[in-house]
Every structure is written in structure tokens, then in C-alpha cells.
Design a binder for this molecule. Structure first.
Ligand code: ATP
Ligand code: MG
Length: 413
């Protein structure tokens, strides 16, 4: 294959695609700011350890999906597969423990080596939010309400919120034992991968998408039946908080995060509009993460959403701002046209010019860029210090004295 190809699973973003991405990012950040979030941009790569330690050596991301390479200096570097680990690393290395609670919004590219399909790329983009330093269920409610607010503002409404509780460490240990007992009895039904998970990280079996595993899991004991009293009260507070905010949800007992540092609330906004890639936004509470990374033990909760998946669910975008086009009739008027364009840009108009060729070709460009009006400069106009302004929607054309031009164009600004 020619090397002049985009790498599999990567895409060039241009025209309406990138407008959709930027619209999603801008809308999300505008709303996050109303909740007190400020933006953080961590590097697109980190020492491999940052992810290996946080995501655990049994997660799909770490075992299969990371882009890891050795630098010339012999350091192991990984392109970030997700945003939370980098934010937690930044929290620790910048010594932010005294400044909690902290609220961070992020956006940017993530990298995972997985099989590309609709809604699944190797370079994809996320927006995300992290609330660090608030231990109570109020924080869980707030980040979910924020997520819902953003989805609503984007017009992404055909989604269902699923939530579950992973309990505290005590509940998880108790549940893990019961689950291992259950699954061990059905070992023969499990996929090879899940048999391995059963040894190393049994909760992850519940997360399997393999149909055979799905059958084997059916009837598994539910996490919800093994929560201790503290965890129960926490989950109840989250549910009643969401209800008070008018946010509808369904409890999905199969919703798990296999990583030990996750606790209490796990949630996902899912849709059936995107086939197998149904999770649009996913999040959870990670009270153990920062401590596990070697930082001061600090609670946290957050979520991330895939921009490509959101973009597929977005209603049609509002049309882009239409420019005006300055069209010189011929080469002799080109400089005057360029200077008029500069004058109009200086006062805030979006202006493009008709480049080269005959009038037909120059006008074609005005139409191609969807200009709202053409300002035509010929020899006569320049001599008379006027311009011909043609409304490109109605075709109506008026001769306007140069002194009145900006006023005349005001509706097109
Ligand atoms: P999935 O189950 O679809 O693989 P995940 O559990 O790996 O998702 P998270 O790590 O929770 O996903 O990431 C949060 C969100 O980022 C997902 O809900 C999805 O919208 C998006 N996302 C994850 N991986 C990809 C990818 N390879 N391409 C596009 N979007 C992705
Ligand atoms: Mg995945």
C-alpha cells in the first residue's frame, strides 16, 4: 500500500465535519463553565506507566489498544487512550491537593488500536469533565446533570441514561466472591477471554460483548444485592438527586467498570441509533485512582464522550456565516478589489474575492463559497467611485456610492 494514505482508523476533518466537532466542543465548554469548570489541556502522550498503572494490566485498553513506543532516549511513551489518567497525573505533579474541589473540562484526540468501524476510530476525540475532591453523592448528581445538560443543548435527545453502583471496597470484595462462585460453575460457557478475566478481574466478565458470555452471565448475582449499608445510602442519594433534577435513568446491574479504583456510581448515556457503538458518554466515580497513582488520596468523578459519536447524532448544523464576495471584472481591477476586501474585513465583514479568469469564472467562485452578495468592481465603477452590489439570492443589483457601501452592506455583516 502506498505510504500516501491516511493511517487506518484516522480521518481528516474538514468542512461540515470539523464544524460539527467545534460546535460540540464549544457548546459543551460553554455549559461546563456555568457549572464552574475550567479547561485543562494535558499532553497527548505520557509515560506509559501513567496509563498502565491507572487502567490496570487486565483492561482492554492496556492489553490491546495502547499505542506505545520507545523514545530514542529509551523511555516508554504512550499516546493517551483516554483523558482521566492524564488529568490525575497533572493533579499530582502540579501539587493541586490544597486547591480542591477542582473542576476540569477537557477536549482532544485520543488513540486506541482497535478495529475501525462506524463510530470507532483509532484516533478519535473526546470531551470530558472531572470533578476532583468531592466525596459525596451531590458530586455524582452534578456531573450527570452536567452531561445531560450538554446532550440536551446539542439536541442529542434519543439517549438513555443507565446507572449502577459499584459500591465501596467492602461491597466489591463481597460481590466479587459471589460472582466468581457463580461464573466458575459456568466456566465452560465462557469465551476464552472471559475465562482469563475470571482469574484476573472477574468484574470485567460482566462487561463482555461476546454473545456466548452474555448467555453465561444471564442470571448472575446482582451487584445491587451485595451493597453494604453505606453504599446503598450513597446510591439512593444519587438516584433521588437525579429524580429531583428531572433526569430519567434506568438502573443497569450489568454496567461495570473492571478497575479497582472505581467505586459507587457508574453511568452511561446509550443510544440504539449507532449500532454496536451505542455508548455516547460514559463515566464513573474513581475515589481510588489518585491514591493508587501515588498521589494524596482524593475522591473524583468524571465522564468522557466521544465527539465522533455525538457528531453522528447531531441535528443539522445552522448554516455557516455567509461571506460577501468582491469581484473584479478583470485584471486591471484586481488590486482595487483586494483593497476593498481589506477595508471591509477591517470593519468585520467576512470577505472573499473572485480570483482570475473571466467574469463567469469569478462569479462562479462567489456562488461556490455561498456568498450572500457580490460587490462588482469594473472600470466604470472605479472611475465613478461606486460599486455594483448584487444580492446573490434575489439577483437584484444596485449601484452604490463608495461612501455608502458599508452602510448598504450592513445587513450582510
Ligand atoms: P466502547 O465500549 O464503545 O469500546 P469504551 O468503554 O471503550 O467504549 P470509554 O473508554 O468509556 O469507552 O470512552 C468514553 C467514550 O469515548 C465512549 O462512550 C465513546 O463515545 C468514545 N469512544 C471510545 N472509544 C472510541 C473509539 N475507538 N472511537 C470513537 N469513539 C470512542
Ligand atoms: Mg472500548
Amino acid at each position: 500500500m502506498s505510504s500516501l494514505q491516511p493511517v487506518r482508523g484516522t480521518h481528516d476533518l474538514m468542512f461540515d465535519d470539523i464544524r460539527r466537532h467545534r460546535h460540540i466542543e464549544a457548546t459543551a465548554f460553554e455549559i461546563a463553565q456555568r457549572y464552574g469548570y475550567s479547561e485543562i489541556a494535558t499532553p497527548a502522550f505520557e509515560f506509559t506507566e501513567v496509563f498502565a498503572r491507572t487502567l490496570g494490566d487486565t483492561s482492554d485498553i492496556v492489553t490491546k489498544e495502547m499505542y506505545t513506543f520507545e523514545t530514542k532516549g529509551g523511555e516508554s511513551i504512550t499516546l493517551r487512550p483516554e483523558g482521566t489518567a492524564g488529568v490525575a497525573r497533572a493533579f499530582i505533579t502540579n501539587g493541586l491537593a490544597q486547591q480542591t474541589p477542582l473542576k476540569f473540562f477537557y477536549r482532544g484526540p485520543m488513540f486506541r488500536h482497535e478495529r475501525p468501524q462506524r463510530g470507532r476510530q483509532r484516533q478519535f476525540h473526546q470531551i470530558g469533565a472531572e470533578l476532583i475532591g468531592v466525596a459525596g453523592p451531590q458530586a455524582d448528581v452534578e456531573v450527570i446533570v452536567l452531561a445531560k445538560h450538554i446532550l440536551n443543548a446539542l439536541g442529542v435527545t434519543n439517549v438513555t441514561l443507565q446507572i449502577n453502583s459499584l459500591g465501596d471496597a467492602e461491597s466489591r470484595t463481597a460481590y466479587r466472591d459471589v460472582l466468581v462462585k457463580f461464573l466458575s460453575g459456568r466456566r465452560d460457557l465462557l469465551s476464552v477471554e472471559s475465562r482469563e478475566r475470571l482469574e484476573r478481574n472477574p468484574l470485567r466478565v460482566l462487561d463482555s460483548k461476546d454473545p456466548a458470555d452474555r448467555d453465561a452471565i444471564a442470571g448472575a448475582p446482582k451487584f445491587g444485592d451485595h451493597l453494604n449499608e453505606t453504599s446503598h445510602a450513597f446510591f439512593d442519594a444519587v438516584k433521588s438527586g437525579l429524580t429531583a433534577h428531572g433526569v430519567q435513568f434506568v438502573v443497569n446491574p450489568a454496567l461495570v467498570r473492571g478497575l479497582d479504583y472505581y467505586s459507587h456510581t457508574a453511568f452511561e448515556f446509550v443510544t440504539d441509533a449507532l449500532g454496536a457503538q451505542g455508548t455516547v458518554l460514559a463515566g464513573g466515580r474513581y475515589d481510588g485512582l489518585i491514591g493508587d497513582m501515588g498521589g494524596p488520596v482524593t475522591p473524583g468523578i468524571g465522564w468522557a464522550a466521544g465527539i465522533e459519536r455525538l457528531a453522528m447524532m447531531l441535528p443539522a448544523l445552522a448554516p455557516a456565516k455567509r461571506p460577501v464576495a468582491v469581484i473584479p471584472v478583470g485584471p486591471a481591477e484586481e488590486q482595487a478589489a483586494d483593497l476593498l476586501a481589506a477595508e471591509l474585513r477591517a470593519v468585520g465583514f467576512a470577505v472573499d474575492v473572485g480570483y482570475g479568469g473571466n467574469m463567469g469564472k469569478r462569479m462562479k467562485r462567489a456562488n461556490k463559497i455561498a456568498a450572500v452578495a457580490a460587490i462588482i468592481l469594473g472600470e466604470d465603477e472605479i472611475k465613478a467611485n461606486t460599486a455594483a452590489v448584487r444580492n446573490l439570492d434575489s439577483g437584484e443589483q444596485t449601484i452604490v456610492p463608495r461612501a455608502d457601501l458599508i452602510g448598504h452592506l450592513a445587513p450582510y455583516r
